[in-house]
Design a protein around this ligand. Sequence first.
Ligand SMILES: O=C(O)CCC(=O)C(=O)O
Length: 267
Amino acid sequence: MTGSTSQERWTDLDAAGAVNQRVVDDYRRDGFVRVRGILEPAEVTRFKAAAEAYLAAHRSENFSRDAVFTQLVNVWPRDPTIAELTLHPRIARVAEQLAGIPLRIWHDHMLVKEPHNNVATEFHQDRPYWPHASDRHSLSAWVALVDVPFERGCMTFLPGTQNLTGFRPQNLHDEEDLFTVDPSLRWRPRVTVPLRAGDCTFHSSYTGHMALPNRTDQARFAHVTIYMDADTVYAGTPHVVTDPLGLAAGDRLDGETFPRPWGTTGG
Ligand SMILES: O=C(O)CCC(=O)C(=O)O
């Protein structure tokens, strides 16, 4: 289905599960794109229930309801249902279409803005945080597991910033930080993208982005799968995902820990 009546949900996927060239072109021009209906309604119900259960079991006792978000990193190796979401072939296929290169999973994370957290995730790029080298592209699939209108904390992007490499990591708690790094970005147009449950946005790891505060009574559940170039090597700098692995700079980030998206370790 490529359109909808009032009874049906939109999807931007064709019958083979691919997006059309316009979507790919939009992504490459802007550094982000929305893909509606990447999950079926029954999948949303199942994955949301799994995400809620995982959050209830794993959120730390001293979590803060007014934090930017509750973040649970690398859920997929610990929860078989969420693994189906993180390794979802339909999402991975679109990610590879957009990236134009073979990808691996870098990590997933569940990002929950608690009801009335009232705190934005401030503008930042993702890639400066990561210990990656020799990579050509990386991107995130930000999947809405509940409806995420403006007031529940949807994402805002700075189109065209995906080509800005070489910046230091920016503080996502500081609304000025990215604009301190590059004052010209303050004058860029911003695009805010509300999502229905089951929709997602893909954004390049260099695209500047933020998420609005959650000012509603319902938690904002986003499941984010991050894909990296399948040939990425470890840069040797600290990161919560790689710190326990005993890697040396130059080691390939591959194998079971960083699988190809459809769950194989080959390639
Ligand atoms: O969902 C959020 O609050 C921020 C998400 C984000 O920064 C990301 O997925 O890269």
